[in-house]
Design a binder for this molecule. Structure first.
Ligand code: SAH
Length: 671
């Protein structure tokens, strides 16, 4: 293997393993990047030099696992001027790493042959600040004492007293201690005062025994394997903790939602996000959770990231006001069609319709609504239709006012641009006047037709918000994003008000709308979202769930307005949350975060990492820039659902409308 290959492997070891397993100290990571581990192992094991495992060296000893070397070095909290003592030089590798972090390294080895080889090797590689001594290290190195830090690379029955004595005040000693010869706990001792030693436990490890006066006896039954020597194993990393805390999903259809419903408790709002707009597993599992919430917790409506007028047709269908099949509608027939027109959604709609017929009185049927604001002209049509029926005079006036926007019907985005450039007057007053008019209608029409009035009012609100949206779209994405998410939240609030006291709703939107924006890169830059607004208002009365995946296929377009494609999802980025989930080696699971049985895991996951978001557009070529952002998962969501390998939703064949296309901001993140 060429030198450059090793260099690359070393880089990968640092980036893909050490960092992910939780090594945070940049100087330690940098030292690990600099020392060529391949030079410290035997010819036969050289090709495994950058596996994160201990490897056999001569005399029945081992070179430690890189992760353990890094963890111990990190725990020593070295300063560049420090003098360090290591017990158990072995190959000399750890000493070389330490030599990049401290001024002088003194290392003691009891096997003469190992000590000699290590000394020669370090000399050849020009590690001039490492000094090797062949001796029993349990006595320390009194001539060079005191030390700022001491590290013991072999398992001891207790902390040898000479080492404590040779530690400077303020110094750190890291040592594996265990009553059994083949398992220990890593202990850190800090000498606070002359006689004041502070002890701290760091996790389970496995080292070869420390043999010597203040360690294990040489004679007796030292079970020291000679062929495959036991080396230190790592303490449980995040993937292991995930494995221990996760609740397995073995079947989407038959999952037992008891524990999840318990965690959700009395929450009035359950937000179920998704990392893509085209993954079948997300849609199906979300539907199953929703069914359980409706059946067992009396949730009253589902509100989704879709246009109000289109979703309203579904509402009418599931509450038995419409007869014709959603499959044949023109609703959701515009880009991105597959997002709602798919088999997964249709199955849920049918379930909901049947459920409503069997289990709910006509006035208590579970509803289905859209919260989004892209339907400027369909909403205007809905208002006009309503007025035609109840008040033809006002309908005429409304046609006049909304007429201001008519020239832009095929391209509302250019309306915004035209207003901004001063070439066209703004229609703001027209739409807000209409909204006021509609809101005042309450008294007159509500008696006759409460539900239809509500629908028309929401459409008038939508027309006003959408007009505003198109006008500010050009000022920058944050402002229009915030306007859109605020509109979605306000619509949700109107719905909650409309249902009876303490009403309960399930939300279906992209993770990036439902995970608290304050815990993400976007929040830092001034963006808010539905999840954050819900959190601020409802606190623990809401429960936010995110869903993610590692690889598989997804339904998405390459460009705005482009055809749906089934695209391969790239395996997740090594620095992402997704990669940690993937490393847990479980196919599908629920992972409670705020209600985890392991607070240590939640803390470990809180440090910001990358998270992937695939919208209606997916560009794997520029994935890192377009689809990853950084976030703190446990602050975004209460719970995380994982499907390691996923597949694209099944789109329904649809009669495409040649209509205009509204822009959809959830395209790519660097929009
Ligand atoms: N740090 C080494 C790995 C150490 S393995 C590396 O990076 O390669 C543990 C080493 O401790 C073995 O080489 C073993 O021979 C040595 N050892 C065990 N007891 C010892 C003692 N009392 N004094 C010095 N070295 C000892």
């Amino acid at each position: 293997m060429r030198k450059t290959d090793f260099k690359q492997q070393r880089e990968q070891l640092v980036e893909r393993e050490l960092r992910l397993l939780g090594v945070r100290d940049d100087s330690v990571l940098q030292a690990m990047r600099m020392v060529p581990r391949e030079e410290f192992v035997s010819e036969e094991t050289r090709e495994f030099a950058y596996r994160n495992v201990p490897l056999p060296i001569s005399s029945g000893q081992t070179i430690s696992q890189p992760y353990i070397v890094a963890v111990m070095a990190e725990a020593l909290e070295l300063e560049p001027e420090d003098r360090v003592l290591e017990i158990g030089a072995g190959s000399g590798y750890a000493a070389a790493v330490l030599s990049r972090l401290a001024a002088e390294v003194y290392t003691v080895e009891r096997h003469e042959e190992l000590a000699k080889t290590a000394e020669q090797r370090l000399k050849n590689l020009e590690y001039r600040n490492v000094h090797v001594l062949h001796a029993d290290g349990t006595r320390g190195w009194p001539e060079q004492a005191p030390f700022d830090a001491i590290v013991v690379a072999a398992g001891s029955p207790g902390v040898p007293a000479p080492l404590l004595q040779q530690l400077r005040i303020g110094g750190r000693l890291v040592i594996p201690v265990g009553e059994q010869q083949d398992s220990q706990k890593l202990i850190r001792v800090i000498r606070r005062e002359e006689d004041d030693f502070e002890y701290e436990e760091m996790g389970a490890v496995r080292f070869v025994p420390l043999v010597g006066e203040a360690g294990w006896q040489e004679e007796g039954d030292l079970k020291r394997p000679s062929i495959s020597p036991k080396g230190p194993t790592r303490r449980p990393g995040i993937p292991e903790m995930i494995r221990d805390s996760a609740e397995l999903i073995t079947s989407i259809k038959d999952h037992d939602f008891g524990p999840l419903l318990e965690r959700i408790g009395d929450a009035r709002l359950v937000l179920i996000g998704e990392a893509t707009h085209g993954t079948s597993e997300f849609y199906r599992f979300r539907a199953e959770i929703t069914k359980a919430l409706i059946e067992q917790k009396d949730f009253q409506f589902v509100a989704v990231e879709a246009d109000w007028p289109d979703a309203y047709r579904i509402h009418d269908f599931v509450t038995h006001k419409l007869r014709d099949e959603p499959r044949y509608w023109e609703a959701f027939a515009r880009f991105p069609t597959w997002m709602w027109r798919n088999q997964e959604v249709l199955d849920f709609i049918h379930w909901l319709r049947d459920f409503n017929l069997e289990h709910r009185q006509p006035n208590q049927r579970v509803g289905f609504y859209g919260l989004d604001l892209y339907s400027l002209f369909t909403s205007i049509d809905a208002v006009l239709n309503y007025l035609d029926g109840v008040d033809p005079e006002t309908a005429k006036l409304a046609r006049n006012r909304y007429g201001c926007l008519t020239p832009w019907e095929t391209d509302p985005a250019s309306y915004g641009r035209a207003v901004l450039s001063g070439r066209y007057r703004s229609c703001e007053t027209h739409v807000t006047q209409m909204l006021r008019e509609m809101l005042e209608r309450r008294a007159e029409d509500a008696v006759v037709n409460g539900e239809e009035l509500f629908n028309a009012q929401l459409n008038a609100q939508l027309a006003a918000d959408a007009e505003h949206y198109y006008r500010i779209m050009y000022y920058g994405s944050d402002e229009s994003w915030n306007h859109r998410d605020t509109h979605m939240f306000d619509t949700l609030e109107k719905l909650l008000d409309r249902y009876r006291e303490g009403s309960k709703a399930v939300l279906w939107e992209h993770n990036s709308h439902l995970g608290n924006a304050a815990a993400t890169h976007f929040g830092k830059h001034g963006q808010l979202n539905v999840g954050q607004l819900c959190r601020e208002k409802y606190g623990t009365e809401m429960y936010a769930i995110g869903q993610g995946t590692d690889h598989g296929t997804v339904a998405a377009a390459s460009n705005w307005d482009g055809p749906m494609e089934v695209k391969d999802v790239r395996p997740s980025h090594p620095e992402s949350y997704e990669h940690l989930m993937h490393l847990s080696e479980m196919e599908a699971f629920l992972l409670p975060l705020t209600k985890s049985n392991n607070p240590q895991l939640t803390t470990a996951l809180a440090a910001r990492r990358l998270e992937r978001a695939i919208g209606v557009i997916y560009r794997p070529e520029t994935e890192r820039q377009s689809h990853y952002f950084d976030a703190s998962l446990p602050h975004q969501f209460d719970e995380w659902i994982w499907f390691d390998k996923t597949s694209a939703v099944q789109p329904l064949s649809t009669k495409e409308l040649s209509d205009h296309e509204p822009p959809h901001p959830f395209a790519v993140l660097d929009r």
